[in-house]
Design a protein around this ligand. Structure first.
Ligand code: 3PG
Length: 343
């Protein structure tokens, strides 16, 4: 795989970069994670064309337009981002050619085109006409077989952006050579993904702390080294959060860990009265300054940010499903596309 830093000494003044980012979060923390990549390309290239997505639209859906994201990105990079509200590729090419050097463009939500999710070769070809080389700084969508993630990079010289590089470095570190004890906290909803992860890290991990909505589903299954909640907070018989004794049990395990990976809240954090368990986990991780700590998953990261504990974490992964797939040992199609081919 080639990295953006490999381009540091190259003269790219006449080149247009196509940059895939992931803006699929309510606030703009994923966008913020890619600002160094945008800055680098903006300074070095003639222009930068950003591709992204939001939600899972079926065709055009006004609330999922990226128009507002262009304004947010503009504020972050302190430069006007030219929003392109259509997919007339010849016109877009004309606009790029006619714009002053240093221009940054953002195309409309690519998922408005069904070819994006269907990984259409035709769409990839059209996108490739917009620039000279491709950069993926969208780890969070790299587990999706989409045209702009998988087919497009194969048509151009391709590189991993700074944020993607940081993801690979941190996730590889905890997967291949974690300082032990390695403790994982698995909560949230994506049950199957997390089971694969548990299987893959079974040998290296000391404990999997299982909580939240996940609990009922996995209680019936057999995960080696799983530590189950010993009490719960319930509403009408339904498990809504781990209980006080479990908070203590989990906090103790986290305290003695040398590597901690967390993905998914352990309770229904949409409700104030069921946030206690997830807060206890967040605080225990933040307090363990001796451990290398990684947290991922949109909801989990937002929660940490609200508690103002995100700065205490060694690495915040932008990936939700992508982080889980990576830790489960699956080859992410977007990463495979960066590695393959003739360039
Ligand atoms: C994410 O938010 O996890 C990515 O942007 C992928 O989104 P998706 O799950 O809708 O494909």
């Amino acid at each position: 795989m080639k990295y953006l830093k490999d381009l540091a000494r190259r003269n790219l003044k006449e080149k247009t970069a196509i940059l895939r980012l992931d803006f699929n979060t309510e606030d703009n923390w994923r966008m913020a994670a890619s600002v160094p990549t945008v800055h680098f390309l903006m300074k070095k290239c003639r222009s930068v064309v950003i591709l992204s997505h939001q939600g899972r639209p079926a065709g055009f859906e006004a609330p999922l337009s990226l128009r507002k994201k262009a304004l947010s990105l503009g504020k972050l990079i302190k430069k006007t981002v030219i929003f392109v509200p259509h997919f007339r590729f010849k016109d877009i090419r004309g606009l790029i050619d006619a714009s002053p050097a240093g221009s940054v463009f953002l195309l409309e939500n690519l998922r408005f085109l069904k070819g994006e999710s269907e990984n259409s070769a035709g769409l990839a070809k059209q996108l490739a006409t917009l620039g000279d080389f491709y950069v993926n700084d969208a780890f969070a969508v790299s587990h999706r077989t989409a045209a702009s993630v998988v087919s497009l990079p194969k048509l151009l010289p391709r590189y991993a952006g700074f944020e993607l590089e940081a993801e690979l470095k941190s996730l590889n570190r905890v997967m291949k050579n974690p300082r032990r004890p390695l403790v994982l906290i698995l909560g949230g909803l994506k049950i199957e993904d997390k089971l694969d992860l548990a299987r893959n890290l079974e040998k290296r991990a000391s404990a999997f702390l299982i909580g939240g909505a996940l609990t009922l589903g996995v209680l019936k299954r057999n995960i080696r080294k799983a530590i189950w909640p010993i009490d719960f907070r319930r509403e009408n018989g339904v498990i809504k959060d781990i209980g006080e004794m479990t908070e203590k049990l989990f906090s103790g395990k986290i305290k003695s860990a040398k590597t901690v990976i967390w993905n998914g809240p352990v309770g229904d954090i949409g409700r104030k009265e069921f946030r206690s368990g997830t807060q206890a986990v967040a605080r225990a991780i933040a307090r363990n300054s001796a451990a290398f700590t990684i947290v991922g998953g949109g909801e989990t990261v937002m929660f940490l940010k609200k508690l103002k504990l995100d700065k205490k974490i060694d690495f915040i992964s932008t990936g939700g499903g992508a982080m889980l797939d990576f830790l489960a040992g699956k080859k992410l199609p977007g990463l495979a596309a960066l590695e393959s081919g003739k360039f």
